[in-house]
Ligand binder design. Structure first.
Ligand code: FAD
Length: 271
């Protein structure tokens, strides 16, 4: 449980971080809250030669009102999302889901950017970003580009962020009075979800139901065709390939997805 030796570099600005990435190429890894990267390094599943710490960049930690949307800096910690008055009013799904992550220690260190770029299908915020149709701003040597959340999660722990790039901002349209809900079934309070469901209006996304965070397309299609929440939820397992391991079988997760999608849709419509 001791990481391999590495060189520690502390970035002084976003440009400095990009320069360090350019200098060290694929040997370098960015460090945000460290709550996903450091466990991987301790297990030696990640063995970066250089760790570039973003922790000293206060200009990437914010929740800002941009008129029709809310902009969130990539280094904003889960605790700050959960307690943001602006998010609580305009994007309550994100504030609520952030408050269910891990325990207070994890929420005070982990960042939204780290969670999204890590791309773990068992994490909560990727599914929330999908349900909210978030836009992710990725910066690299050639400038910034905007990536819709639906195109961001490529495969198992793989996202649209290329080597040499970093995620700087997440933009989400204000939701006003739109119905929403977040369901997370865990064995113990602090655990990752066995299955989770994020609902924003008629957009539905699933946690831990495949190799990458995913929208429940068959459920959304059924809703668009006029199905009730109960009828639409019967489609929740379509197109999924959940993990089959000691915490829960794939069949159990597929059953659970139907139950939680129904519950989430009914709660969302009741708000
Ligand atoms: C005990 C425990 C319980 C947890 N429970 C949950 C849970 O219930 N639900 C949940 O969703 N998560 C959970 N997590 C994960 C937690 O949310 C992590 O904080 C999060 O997944 C990663 O964020 P981080 O800031 O710590 O990223 P880091 O670990 O610092 O980085 C993760 C990855 O993202 C990259 N990266 C980080 N920031 C950027 C950026 N701005 N641009 C480009 N690349 C970047 C890093 O290079 C690394 O590859 C838990 C973690 C622990 C340790």
């Amino acid at each position: 449980m001791i990481p391999a030796a590495f060189t520690y570099r502390r970035a002084s600005s976003v440009d400095d971080a990009l320069a360090l990435l350019a200098e060290h190429g694929e040997d370098a890894k960015l460090l945000a809250g460290g709550h996903s990267l450091l466990p991987l390094m301790k297990l030696r599943l990640a063995v970066p030669e250089v760790v570039v710490d973003l922790g000293g960049l206060p200009d990437l930690s914010y929740v800002e009102d941009r008129g029709d949307s809310v902009a969130i800096g990539a280094l904003t910690r889960h605790h700050d999302l959960a307690t943001s008055e602006l998010l609580g009013r305009e994007v309550p799904l994100l504030a609520h889901a952030a408050g269910t992550i891990g325990d207070p220690q994890v929420r005070h260190r982990g960042t939204i950017g780290g969670s999204l770029v890590h791309g773990d299908p068992a994490s909560d915020l990727p599914a929330v970003a999908l349900a909210l149709d978030a836009v992710l701003v990725v910066r690299g040597p050639a400038g910034s580009r905007e990536v819709p959340a639906t195109e961001f999660f490529k495969d198992f722990f793989e996202t649209a962020v290329e080597p040499g790039e970093l995620l700087t901002e997440i933009r989400i349209a204000k939701r006003g009075g739109q119905g929403w809900d977040f369901q997370k079934f865990t064995r113990r309070a602090i655990d990752w979800a066995i299955v989770g469901v994020a609902v924003a209006g008629d957009a539905v996304a699933l946690v831990n139901m495949g190799p990458k965070p995913m929208r429940a397309s068959a459920v959304e299609a059924a809703l668009a065709a006029g199905a009730s929440p109960a009828e639409a939820a019967e489609h929740a397992a379509e197109g999924t390939s959940p993990p089959d391991e000691h915490n829960a079988s794939a069949a159990y997760r597929q059953h659970l997805a139907k139950v939680l999608v129904r519950r989430a849709l009914e709660n969302a419509r009741a708000r």
